[in-house]
Design a protein around this ligand. Structure first.
Ligand code: FAD
Length: 500
């Protein structure tokens, strides 16, 4: 038997408690596809209202950096449009979650609130407080994993303890089997619209720079939002995945996915990527080695979250306490400026720092080289570098950024040994063999012969003149001598107390 549709002139009944709306609180999951909280909300069949709260009022939360704020603004605009197309009321508000979420839930008359879990200590504490308040008010709260392949606390050693090294961690993840397939993106038919709440326009959040407007390079390079993420995944599956294992260390090639900001803001889920690369392999667009390597990189992201869960102060405190008394140099303002602006005189470092400054992103290999330069060559505390990346990266991530800086410094869990000092010349020659990456971001050196592009000071004056370069004028002389800086670093790090 099929029920006849309700004639339009008969008003819909007031919602009973079982038909009371549900509220989905969006946070770091700015997408509609493979969104477990949204899917569960729609599954109830009740009216659904969506909310994003820009929380700049909870003092315990680390404020987003400038590049991330720009991304968030664009991503929210995209999400607002996507929700509108689906007929899902979406509201943006601002304020402290502990008070604003219960207020919005009350205004919506919602009987249930759903969200994807967050993993930072401050975020988790706030979420716990909000949950407690809502439950005291009789509102059901349901939380979901919308961000990771595996919950950080679910992956343990055989003895049930957290893991400290990547390889056993990744083996333990793999032993759990493939993550579940992604949930489909809802369609209009799946949505019963809940009440539309008063809110702000995304512009009211003033997240994008105006005077000066420094975001031109970001706009030129990125399309935030779920559709932008989908397009970027498609381009990567078509052109980047084949050969990923071999080429991912080459900053001069378009060989990596550039998914990091999309993952950071949850415009794509790691599950979607996990299964997309498998599907590409089935269609013959990639081989098993490329797929496994790509998944292992997603694994490093998982591992960073595992570490963040174990070490809530990952961005501010050495995982290995033996580093606590390390005699970092007082940052020299001129050297810091040279590092930040890409004027160190080491072309690969300068190219990386300028790529970051102009596009909001830097290739992974070059991130390691630039971080090593700050920590080992300049002996500057890794936290200075972490903070600069936090402000300038569009993918600045509370787990990945902190864990990676600690990895390079050697004070992290599964860290590079302290005596590993990246040589910016050899690294450049190995991973940017033609100097194409350097020339793209350090145009002063575009006519320097390839064999000198990573060490222009070795060219003769005649060769440099022919390339239009006068060292110290068109391009800086090196701000430190790498050989001497390396010896100084090895001596300083060599005095650390032994590892437990
Ligand atoms: P792909 O090679 O295509 O990898 C796919 C995804 O796997 C990435 O999007 C990312 O989510 C994850 N991934 C890849 N490499 C790593 C890694 N080494 N550690 C953790 N996850 C990884 N990544 C961030 O997402 N945010 C950060 O703030 C961040 N800061 C970093 C700081 C330093 C000093 C270093 C050395 C690395 C940092 N990384 C960070 C890790 C890595 O550089 C980026 O994830 C990667 O360059 C993003 O490019 P992609 O999306 O093309 O990567």
């Amino acid at each position: 038997m099929t029920l006849a549709p309700r004639p339009p002139e008969i008003p819909a009944p007031m919602p009973s408690s079982t038909e009371a709306p549900v509220l989905v609180w969006f946070r770091e999951d700015l997408r509609l596809g493979d969104h477990p909280a949204l899917a569960a909300a729609l599954e109830t069949g009740r009216p659904v209202t969506a909310l994003y709260l820009y929380d700049d009022a909870s003092p315990s939360l680390r404020p987003l950096g400038g590049a991330s704020q720009w991304w968030l603004s664009r991503s929210l605009k995209a999400l607002a449009q996507d929700c509108a197309a689906l007929g899902l009321p979406f509201t943006v508000r601002k304020g402290a979650a502990a008070t604003e979420i219960p207020k919005a839930v009350k205004e919506a008359g919602a009987a249930q609130t759903l969200w994807s879990r967050r993993y930072g200590a401050a975020e988790a504490k706030i979420d716990g407080e909000v949950q407690a308040r809502l439950e005291r008010a009789g509102v059901e709260v349901s939380t979901f994993n919308g961000r990771l392949l595996y919950e950080p606390w679910e992956v343990t050693s055989k003895a049930g303890t957290p893991l400290k090294l990547f390889s056993p961690f990744w083996r333990a993840c793999q032993a759990k089997g493939d993550p579940a397939p992604p949930l489909p993106r809802p369609t209009k038919r799946d949505v019963t619209a809940g009440p539309a709440l008063d809110g702000l326009a995304v512009e009211d959040l003033a997240l994008e720079p105006t005077t000066p407007d420094w975001a031109g390079g970001l706009r030129a390079n990125w399309t935030p939002g779920e559709a932008g993420a989908r397009e970027a995944v498609g381009a990567f599956l078509d052109d980047g995945l084949r050969g990923y294992a071999k080429n991912r260390d080459r900053p001069d090639l378009p060989a990596t996915s550039r998914m990091s900001p999309h993952l950071r803001f949850g415009e794509v889920s790691p599950r979607q990527l996990w299964h997309a690369v498998e599907a590409a392999k089935a269609e013959g667009a990639a081989n098993g080695t490329d797929v496994e390597k790509f998944r292992a990189e997603l694994g490093w992201r998982e591992f960073s979250y595992h570490l963040l869960h174990q070490h809530p102060e990952l961005a501010t405190r050495n995982v290995q306490p033996r580093f606590d008394a390390f005699p970092w140099s007082k940052p020299d303002p001129a050297q810091m400026r040279a590092w930040r602006r890409g004027l160190t005189g080491y072309p690969i470092v300068d190219a990386g720092m300028r790529q970051l400054w102009t596009t909001g992103w830097m290739h992974n290999r070059v991130r390691m080289i630039c971080a090593s330069f700050l920590i080992k060559d300049l002996l500057v505390d890794w936290r200075e570098g972490e903070a600069w990346f936090w402000d300038t990266l569009v993918d600045a991530d509370p787990a990945n950024n902190a864990a990676s800086w600690q990895w390079v410094a050697g004070c992290g869990a599964d860290a590079a040994p302290y005596f590993r000092v990246f040589n910016p010349i050899l690294q450049g020659e190995k991973f940017d063999p033609e100097g194409a990456y350097v020339k793209a971001f350090v145009p002063e050196l575009k006519d320097v012969p390839t064999r000198y592009v990573h060490k222009p000071w070795e060219a003769t004056e005649i060769e440099l003149r022919a390339a239009g370069v006068t060292l110290g004028e068109d391009y800086p002389r090196t701000i430190v001598d790498h050989g001497k800086a390396r010896d100084r670093a090895l001596a300083a790090f060599g005095r650390l107390p032994p590892k437990d």
